[in-house]
Design a protein around this ligand. Structure first.
Ligand SMILES: [Zn+2]
Ligand SMILES: [Zn+2]
Length: 303
C-alpha cells in the first residue's frame, strides 16, 4: 500500500489536511452551489443568444479560471495560508492593539450589520483596486486578473494569490473594528454572487438605471479592455457609484471589442501566472538600476 511507503510525518500531515479540507468543503458548499447555478444559467442563455460561448468556455484559459476557483474554495488557500495569516494578525491585535476590537456592530440589528459590512468591504475594495493600478509592483500581480482575453463568469476568481491576499489583509482592519460573525441571508448572498459573476460575462447589459448603483457587465468589461482609455476606470466591485463619486467612472464609450493586456504578456498556465509577477518585478528592478559607467579612453593630444 502507498501509505506504507510514506514517512509517518507526511502521512499525519496528509490525514490532517484531508480532515480539515473536508470540514472546510462543507463550509464552502454554498460557494460551489452559487458558481454551479450561475454558470449553468449563463451558459444556457449564451447558447440561446448564439454568443461565442464555445470559444470562451472551451478555452484553456477558462479551465485555468476554474482552477483558481478550486484553489480558493477547495481548502488549499484557506488551510495553507489564510488560517495562519489570520491567526497571526489576530494574535498581534490582541497583544498590541486590543483597542481595535470595538465590535461596533454588536448592538445593530442583523439587516444593518449586513448592509454595513457589504458597504465597508466594497469601499475598501474600490480603493484597494485603484492602488493596484497605480503602483507598478502591485500591477504586476493584478495584471493576472486582466490577462484573460476570453471573459467568462469564472474569470471573477482569476486573482494572483498575492493580489487576493492583499484585499483580505485590508479587510481585516474594518472587520476587527466592526466585529465579524455577520450572518448573510441566503438570497442576498446569491444575488451578490450573481452581480459579481455576471460582470465577467460578455453580455451587453448596462442594467439601465440600476446600473447607476450596481456594476453591470458593460461597466466592468470596460475595465478589462485592452484600450488604455478604458482600463484605468470603473474600479468598483459591487456598487458602481464609488467610481462616480471619486471621478473614475466611464459610462459613455461603447464596450470594448477586445479584452486583456496589449501584447498578451502573461503566460497561459497556472504556474506560469504564479511566477509571472515575480519575474516582471525582477526585470523592472534590473531595468531601473543605473547602467554601469562607460569607460572613456584617455584623450590623446589633439592632432
Ligand atoms: Zn483592475
Ligand atoms: Zn474583473
Amino acid at each position: 500500500m502507498i501509505s506504507d511507503l510514506l514517512p509517518s510525518a507526511v502521512l499525519n500531515g496528509l490525514t490532517w489536511f484531508a480532515s480539515r479540507a473536508e470540514a472546510y468543503l462543507a463550509l464552502t458548499l454554498r460557494d460551489y452551489a452559487k458558481l454551479g447555478l450561475v454558470l449553468a444559467v449563463t451558459i444556457v442563455l449564451e447558447i440561446a443568444a448564439r454568443k461565442n460561448w464555445r470559444v470562451r468556455y472551451g478555452s484553456r484559459n477558462f479551465r485555468i479560471d476554474l482552477l483558481y476557483f478550486v484553489f480558493y474554495y477547495g481548502g488549499f488557500y484557506h488551510l495553507f495560508l489564510f488560517v495562519w495569516m489570520y491567526k497571526a494578525l489576530h494574535g498581534l491585535v490582541v497583544a498590541y492593539a486590543p483597542w481595535m476590537q470595538l465590535n461596533l456592530m454588536a448592538s445593530m440589528p442583523p439587516v444593518l450589520q449586513m448592509l454595513t459590512i457589504i458597504m465597508v468591504s466594497d469601499f475598501v475594495g474600490y480603493w484597494n483596486h485603484r492602488w493596484k493600478h497605480s503602483n507598478r509592483f502591485l500591477w504586476a500581480f493584478h495584471s493576472i486578473h486582466h490577462s484573460q482575453t476570453k471573459l467568462t463568469i469564472v474569470s471573477n476568481h482569476r486573482f494572483h494569490v498575492v493580489d487576493e491576499t492583499l484585499l483580505r489583509l485590508w479587510l481585516f482592519i474594518p472587520f476587527q473594528i466592526l466585529g465579524t460573525g455577520v450572518a448573510m441571508w441566503l438570497w442576498l448572498d446569491f444575488l451578490m454572487a450573481w452581480v459579481l459573476y455576471l460582470q465577467h460575462s460578455e453580455w451587453n447589459w448596462t442594467y439601465g438605471r440600476l446600473g447607476r448603483v450596481l456594476v453591470s457587465p458593460v461597466f466592468h468589461r470596460k475595465h478589462h479592455a485592452k484600450d488604455e482609455r478604458l482600463y484605468n476606470s470603473n474600479f468598483s466591485m459591487l456598487f458602481s457609484f464609488w467610481d462616480d463619486w471619486f471621478g473614475t467612472a466611464e459610462r459613455v464609450l461603447p464596450p470594448p471589442a477586445e479584452h486583456g493586456i496589449e501584447g498578451d504578456p502573461v503566460p497561459e498556465s497556472w504556474l506560469g501566472q504564479l511566477a509571472y509577477p515575480f519575474v516582471e518585478i525582477a526585470r523592472e528592478l534590473r531595468r531601473s538600476r543605473p547602467a554601469p559607467r562607460a569607460v572613456v579612453p584617455p584623450l590623446g593630444p589633439a592632432e
